[in-house]
Ligand binder design. Structure first.
Ligand code: GLA
Length: 386
């Protein structure tokens, strides 16, 4: 739907108040490398994709908030002074969480109407929920003329998910949805929350996302379990080493190996993944900056092996997609996002693109009975008004 049609729909859904209004977009993301490192104060390298959530917003003269999800065709209404988790309309909690966090900053909000629609496939690990939080934060702060910088907004959106929605995610998804830049991946330091732009505009290669169509069933409980195991590793190393260790970011691979026999097997494997993955992210930055796509591709495959064997967050279907990419001699492939389903990210030579898409669809279907969805995306811009 174009912008005018969306405003027409907005007008049909809500009364026209003749108050401040605006239109906003926030993208989903694919993580190129650096998985399960963000909550370990480590490094990640995601890019925003050319799929997004679009939101129209307008102030109201009272203290009500009304949300309309165009895709679900559902309209809900709440009171700004009484926001509570909605068991029935689960999607509305992402928006309420953001409002709650803005109010916690001490901002006095007035009522507003929000309408949104999106084309980021849900539950596929491309961060549709982070995009929804970020676009909501952008809409509300803009309408109320609240000044908040990009990193602060990403952190606020993350808190909305942690506190209101109840998912203990790290900062990566909200960060890239807010701060992504066209033709670039971002190397984010999740300890300092600084980023560096990593150019990704290669005439010969294309990022291709393969959706396994496996819904990420176990993801929340397993995610929290991995976080606990990482904390266990940190406590273990901190007690034994003479340097300050507050996160796995502070640990060297040598140290992990030194204590291999004393660590619980799972804890050892989790630490090994996180520590080695941080090294791979930094090596990937150099590979991309020097246009060494072969090296970057190798690092992607290595990341997948580590996630599958040591961090144990892959699944049969994701492994099949990565194996098929290897069989097709694709430069690089790995699972992306939290795991247990969702998508793989592939680094594909443009000359091989059509053949890759056709072959992987056919062979994946043969092996699993599932029709994979394939998306080709360049790095897009982060959230913005339009
Ligand atoms: C999810 C979380 C992120 C990150 C990834 C794994 O997408 O939201 O914060 O932890 O999993 O890398």
């Amino acid at each position: 739907m174009n912008k005018q049609k969306l405003w027409d729909k907005f007008g049909q859904t809500f009364r026209d108040f003749d108050l401040e209004s605006g239109a906003y977009k926030a993208p989903g993301r694919v993580n190129l490398i650096g998985e399960h490192t963000d909550y370990n104060d480590g490094f990640v390298m995601p890019m925003a994709i050319e799929k997004e959530i679009t939101m129209l917003a307008q102030l109201r003269p009272d203290r009500k908030v009304k949300f309309y999800s165009l895709d679900y065709d559902q309209l809900v209404e709440y009171d700004l002074d009484n926001l509570e988790y909605d068991e029935e309309n689960v999607w509305a909690n992402y928006l309420m969480g953001v409002i709650d966090e803005i109010q916690k900053l001490g901002e006095r909000l007035q009522g507003f109407n929000l309408m949104f629609t999106g084309n980021i496939p849900q539950g596929s690990g491309l961060s549709s929920s982070a995009a929804l939080e970020v676009v909501t934060a952008m809409a509300i702060t803009d309408l109320h003329k609240i000044k908040i910088d990009g990193v602060e907004m990403a952190l606020l959106a993350q808190r909305a998910e942690n506190n209101f929605v109840g998912v203990q995610c790290g900062i990566m998804d909200q960060y890239i949805s807010r701060l992504g830049q066209k033709d670039h991946a971002l190397l984010i330091d999740c300890r300092t929350n600084d980023y560096e732009l990593v150019p990704f505009k290669n005439d010969n290669y294309q990022i291709v996302i393969c959706n396994s169509k496996v819904e990420r069933g176990l993801v929340d409980s397993e995610y929290n379990q991995r976080r606990r195991e990482c904390n266990q590793a940190v406590e273990f190393f901190a007690e034994r080493e003479n340097v300050e260790i507050t996160a796995l970011r502070d640990v060297e691979l040598e140290t992990v190996e030194k204590y291999k026999d004393q660590l619980e097997e799972n804890v050892y494997k989790r630490a090994k993944h996180v520590v080695s993955e941080n090294e791979r992210v930094l090596a990937s930055q150099i590979a991309l900056e020097t246009d060494d796509m072969q090296k970057f591709g190798e690092l992607m495959y290595a990341s997948h092996r580590s996630l599958s064997e040591d961090y144990e967050v892959s699944c049969k279907e994701l492994d099949i997609l990565v194996d098929l990419a290897a069989e097709e001699k694709i430069e690089g492939a790995r699972m992306t996002g939290a795991g247990f389903g969702g998508c793989t990210v592939n680094l594909v030579k443009k000359d091989n693109l059509d053949q890759f898409v056709a072959n992987i669809k056919e062979k994946y279907k043969e092996k699993t009975g599932i029709d994979a969805d394939i998306y080709v995306s360049n790095p897009g811009d982060g959230a913005h008004k339009f």
